[in-house]
Design a protein around this ligand. Structure first.
Ligand code: PEP
Length: 263
């Protein structure tokens, strides 16, 4: 598998005011070491992206948008486009299960957003993952196949180096507070899912792309369980929800990633 840096992404979701986010970052910069083997990405509320961009050193933290609209401009009241985020963020989360399930975004929206991100020099973090029901019905592979194909239709081989895939089983996602006691995949479960994802990338884009694409795990990660996920073959990093709002946990996750050999 690729020996890329570990990628740790903190998705704060709809939490923290601009002021609270700024105070959080003010403390975080003093606690997070810049490690050459770990890339740390913060994904605050859209409103806080600009002020935080002025607060951080881009060598220490990168920024990700949690969402955006796929058209570049026009009469779309209330929306923010990838072209407006261009230069401000390095990454954007696309296809998160909360967007798929609460806001009914399906393959068409997901693939349009992947395209919009790519044409605006933003790396899409494409989230995929099965629900508890789909898992119980033995549909995990089919769901991952559909979501990957749905999101990556129109993505060329040369675009693949910009794509990050996050495996986020919906049944493992916390509510933002219960990430320490929530059910999570076993290393074997995770290895199987990551293998499924990489096999499909190999099928679509070839062996090289399948080895090089960065694949993250997300779902109730915290400072105590991060190592067990990061040591699964083919996992290049973590997408962290609830625990990224807790400085102690988030710093512990980053420190855990630091020095762990990529498999
Ligand atoms: C998420 O929703 O992307 C996520 C990983 O959340 P949590 O870590 O809280 O399960």
């Amino acid at each position: 598998m690729s020996s890329t840096k570990k990628l740790i992404v903190g998705n704060w979701k709809m939490n923290l005011t601009i002021h609270e986010a700024s105070v959080y970052v003010h403390h975080l910069v003093t606690k997070v070491q810049s490690h050459r083997d770990v890339e740390v990405v913060l994904s605050p509320t859209m409103l806080a992206l600009q002020p935080i961009s002025l607060q951080i050193d881009r060598r220490q933290f990168k920024l990700a948008a949690q969402n955006f609209y796929w058209r570049d401009h026009g009469a779309f009241t209330g929306e923010v486009s990838a072209s407006q985020l261009r230069g401000l963020v390095d990454y954007a989360i696309v296809g998160h299960s909360e967007r798929r399930h609460i806001f009914h975004e399906h393959h068409k929206e997901v693939r349009s957003k992947v395209q919009a991100a790519l044409r605006n020099n933003i790396k899409p973090i494409l989230c995929v993952g099965e629900t508890a029901h789909e898992r119980m019905s033995g549909e995990m592979r089919d769901v991952l196949h559909d979501q990957i194909l749905g999101g990556l239709t129109n993505v060329t081989s040369s675009d693949m180096s910009e794509i990050v895939i996050a495996y986020e089983p919906v049944w493992a996602l916390s509510d933002g507070t219960n990430y320490s006691e929530h059910k999570v995949p076993t290393p074997d479960d995770l290895k199987k899912a990551i293998g499924t994802i990489r096999n499909q990338i190999s099928h679509l884009y070839g062996e090289k792309a399948s080895k090089e694409v960065r694949v993250l795990y997300g779902g109730s990660t915290n400072g105590s369980n991060a190592a067990s996920f990061l040591s699964v073959e083919g996992v290049n990093g973590l997408l962290v929800g609830g625990a990224s709002l807790n400085q102690h946990e988030f710093v512990k996750i980053i420190e855990t990633a630091h020095g762990m050999e990529s498999k």
